[in-house]
Design a protein around this ligand. Structure first.
Ligand code: PGA
Length: 241
């Protein structure tokens, strides 16, 4: 039995909210009310919210059951004289468990050096024990360097690949479920990584079609993740899987 194929079937699916440069204390407080309406703690644990760093410590102190993510981390590790940087070690220090890396809004397109920097961030994050959500687009072959490929193999249980076609981000134009499945299978087979999630224009309207793809372990939700009704609806769909 190929565990790469069967792993996603037995793991709960994840909804990862990417708030980008949005959010406020008020929004965090209103999201905390979601916890009260979720069917059980497990549903709560399968929700990850990636918010701007300045809100993370507040959110962690208000609702310990929520899993929180940073939207990036520094290429520097540990602590030191690097003004404005936030290291993976510092995220771990305040109880953060996930970090998004290589989001297309942070990549300078087509720049090979960028892939090297993301590799360093991924190495820092995995060394610290963070779960890294590594975003790749259709251009994944140039985004995943040989070095990164080795990291994927060593830390396959600590890295989630987020397949996010650039053309689908914020546009409402997403690939068909069959196309999403095909890419997920290719990524799993090529990189021996069990967890592949999909991101790009996910809403409560299309979440069922995406989440019922066996090879997809969850969704990365941008715009819709700022609306509590949308997130609650996606979580209810996720519970059916
Ligand atoms: P979107 O963003 O859901 O608004 O398309 C997804 C993302 O950028 O992660």
């Amino acid at each position: 039995m190929n565990y790469l194929i069967f792993w996603p079937l037995c793991m709960p699916k994840l909804t990862i909210c990417n708030w980008k440069m949005n959010g406020s204390i008020q929004l965090i407080d209103s999201f905390i009310s979601i916890a009260a309406h979720l069917p059980n703690d497990t549903a709560c644990w399968n929700l990850v919210i990636a918010m701007p760093d300045i809100f993370l410590a507040y959110a962690a102190s208000k609702e310990p059951r929520f899993r929180l993510a940073a939207q990036d981390c520094s290429t520097y590790s540990g602590f030191g004289a690097h003004t404005g940087e936030i290291s993976a070690d510092m995220l771990v220090d305040i109880g953060i468990r996930y970090v998004i890396l290589g989001h297309s809004e942070r990549r300078s397109h087509g720049d090979g050096a960028e892939a090297e920097l993301i590799h360093v961030k991924l190495a820092n994050a995995t060394r610290c024990g963070l779960i890294a959500i590594l975003c790749v687009s259709d251009d994944y072959e140039s985004q995943i360097t040989k070095q990164t490929e080795s990291l994927l193999q060593v830390y396959h249980d600590k890295i989630i690949l987020a397949y996010e076609p650039v053309s689908a981000i914020g546009t409402g134009c997403l690939p068909s479920a069959a196309d999403i499945r095909e890419t997920a299978v290719r990524l799993q087979q090529r990189y021996k990584i069990p967890r592949v999630i999909y991101g790009g224009s996910v809403t409560s309207t299309n979440a069922l079609d995406i989440l019922r793809v066996d090879e997809i372990s969850g969704v990365l939700v941008g715009g819709a993740s700022l609306k509590i009704d949308e997130v609650s609806a996606i979580l209810r769909i996720q519970e059916l899987m």
